[in-house]
Design a protein around this ligand. Structure first.
Ligand SMILES: [Zn+2]
Length: 622
């Protein structure tokens, strides 16, 4: 519970003379009402508290200065960095509104995300509401008795007239819920967190948890890693040491530190995966045992590097469409290949340069990106700029058929960045590279948004007209990006399968993705252009037999080895309960992975090029 005595100096400071008299009178009368009566006209105050005997809910009290007339209270529909309309208002329960003297006012819902209140004169509007927190993820909020994560856009109402005003946040929580962690600074009395405006409030996730935090300083800049859910499978000290290496490498990459206060890695070793970037913090989700497995731990480090790279690329240097956020509607940009894809290229690369992964591990990650690009028929349908615009309807809402109709701007963005970087290095005999382009972009656009041709202009400046032409082909067309040429320059070669066993048998297939969640052999997706598509297979078909042989999960691999690509056979299937037969021609199975290997003629010059890219010495043949 907040003490008014502690708040007193702050309130007096914030009060206008007229209101000061009212405060004095109220105190003399011995009546203590809500702090709202003392709200200065130039700030918004929010208070979070926990309802009793009610999990997964948080109570919010927001105090807005309003003028006479109609005020709209608005709940955001999405949160920056995660491009999906989430309609956060769906979780708002029991909104009541009163004046600062406690007199309640009628409130009317007028659209999915807005309420109106009519006030006779200017004053302070106090909104009390309860918010349900549906699930733990980086984009919304989660409240439980063991820990809470509050992402502001999913919890705090705003008004258009007050969103530019300073916002203050108090959290009323029993000590057994743990401490409050957020990148927002505390007020002088340590009672409230301060944000310059609503944008900063929603850009500053709040964690309430009893959790270990590990702090370190690099070149005078403070950092902290908070490990919510740290357990016997999660070594917090080691994680902090590795995060520090990522920080050192990334700061050295950009050569300029835009941070103005301590930066927080808010890590939840609880469940899930992913991260979301903010100006002075990031929220990261990971599994409880993710550190126990090397590949999974590298994945976590990759998320750390990715989110921290965003401090520069997307938080400060951002597309013009994100110059200011409109929380109520989609903000379309065709630049997510640059904001996200290029960040995905550098996350793995910076892990290598920080010495956290080996050159071999880096090549496995790169081969996996190329694999995920080339095995998606959707790459032939949609350029990466269009996939970026479609983020709102495709990327965050994957469907069974997504592999056929779109491509991830993360994956393709990472692959085309590798191709671009190799081009720049090759054509300048190692004098220019993508690092230089990014730093130049940052020097031009760290304090003003960039237009959609900005990157191309900087690229041409560094790498010449040819680089610009290559970029257009990479981002505006579905043409083959040419990874083989890029790999060749490093003395490397991509092995795309086909699958072999003991170097002999070639597996066949007919281009379907099985629905692992279903009993029996049910097709989830028929890949566009595959022999299965030509034969007329559909998603939902249950394949009962191939060539008269009963098909089960444990007989699939054996059966497919009987056939060579080009062989004809028949499929017995059940389609919505009706038994049918289809003729099928086998084709080469999609390999389960690609590998990058040294090509013939690999030599010293290739080692030099790889060392320059990977930032570490290659010992012997990598
Ligand atoms: Zn990202």
């Amino acid at each position: 519970m907040k003490s008014w005595i502690n708040l007193h100096p702050l309130l007096i400071k914030a009060l206008s003379p007229a209101k000061g008299l009212v405060l004095f009178a109220v105190l003399l009368g011995g009546i203590l009402t809500y702090p709202g009566w003392a709200l200065a006209a130039d700030e918004v105050r929010h208070t979070l508290s926990y309802p009793e005997n009610r999990q997964q809910h948080i109570l919010v009290r927001s105090e807005f200065p309003v003028s006479a007339g109609v005020t709209e209270l608005i709940m955001p529909d999405w949160t920056p960095g995660s491009y999906l309309i989430r309609d956060f208002a769906v979780n708002v329960n029991s909104l009541t509104v009163a004046l600062s003297d406690g007199k309640s006012l009628p409130v009317k819902k007028i659209s999915k995300d807005r309420w109106t209140v009519n006030t006779v004169q200017a004053g302070t509007l106090v909104a009390n509401y309860e918010v349900f927190t549906p699930g733990l993820n980086v984009s919304s909020s989660w409240v439980s008795d063991s820990f809470s994560l509050i992402n502001g856009a999913s919890v705090f109402l705003y008004t258009q007239n007050s969103r530019h005003l300073p916002q203050k946040l108090s959290v009323e929580a029993d000590s057994n819920r743990g401490r409050v962690h957020t990148a927002m600074p505390l007020s002088a009395g340590n009672k409230e967190f301060l944000a310059a405006d609503y944008d900063e409030l929603v850009d500053s996730p709040v964690v309430v948890a009893e959790a270990p935090s590990y702090s370190f300083v690099h070149e005078g800049q403070d950092y902290a890693l908070l490990n919510v859910g740290e357990n016997e499978f999660w070594d917090g000290q080691k994680a902090a040491r590795d995060v520090e290496k990522v920080v050192v490498e990334t700061q050295s990459f950009w050569r300029t530190n835009p941070l103005t206060k301590p930066y927080w890695f808010l890590n939840f070793a609880v469940e899930g995966k992913g991260g979301l970037e903010h100006d002075h913090s990031t929220v990261i989700m990971t599994g409880r045992r993710q550190m126990g497995d090397r590949d999974s731990y590298i994945q976590w480090l990759g998320v750390v590097a990715h989110e921290f790279f965003h401090v520069w690329n997307v938080r400060r240097m951002r597309p013009q469409e994100f110059a200011s956020y409109d929380y109520q509607t989609e903000q379309y940009t065709d630049q997510l290949w640059l904001a996200e894809g290029l960040t995905s290229y550098y996350d793995n690369l910076l892990l290598s340069r920080a010495g956290l992964i080996t050159p071999k591990e880096y090549m496995e990650l790169l081969a996996n990106d190329i694999y995920r690009l080339e095995t998606k028929p959707g790459r032939l349908l949609r350029p990466v700029t269009e996939a970026s615009v479609d983020a709102w309807i495709r990327h965050y809402q994957p469907k069974a058929n997504s592999v056929n109709n779109t491509i991830s701007y993360y994956t393709k963005g990472a692959v085309i960045s590798f191709v671009l970087d190799a081009y720049l290095r090759k054509n300048s005999r190692g004098r220019h590279d993508l690092d230089e382009v990014m730093r130049k972009m940052y020097s031009l656009y760290s304090d003003k948004p960039y237009s959609s041709d900005a990157f191309e202009n900087v690229l041409i400046d560094v790498g010449g007209a040819g680089a610009g032409k290559l970029l257009q082909s990479l981002i505006d067309t579905t043409d083959d990006p040419g990874v083989d040429v890029a790999l060749d320059w490093y003395g490397l070669e991509l092995i795309r399968g086909p699958l072999t066993e003991n170097g002999e048998a070639v597996e066949s297939g007919f281009g379907v993705i099985w629905d692992e969640g279903k009993q029996g052999m049910v097709i989830k997706t028929v890949l566009a252009g595959s022999s299965g598509a030509i034969a007329g297979l559909m998603s939902g078909d249950e394949i009962l037999a191939i060539g008269g042989e009963r098909l089960k999960k444990n007989t699939l691999a054996k059966l497919m080895k009987i056939y060579n690509p080009g062989d004809n056979s028949t499929l017995l299937l059940s389609r919505r309960g009706k038994i049918e037969t289809l003729d099928i021609t086998m084709e080469a199975a999609i390999p389960d992975r690609f590998d990058i290997v040294l090509r013939s003629g690999f030599g010293k010059r290739h080692i030099n090029r790889l060392q320059s890219l990977l930032g570490q010495k290659l010992r012997g043949r990598p």
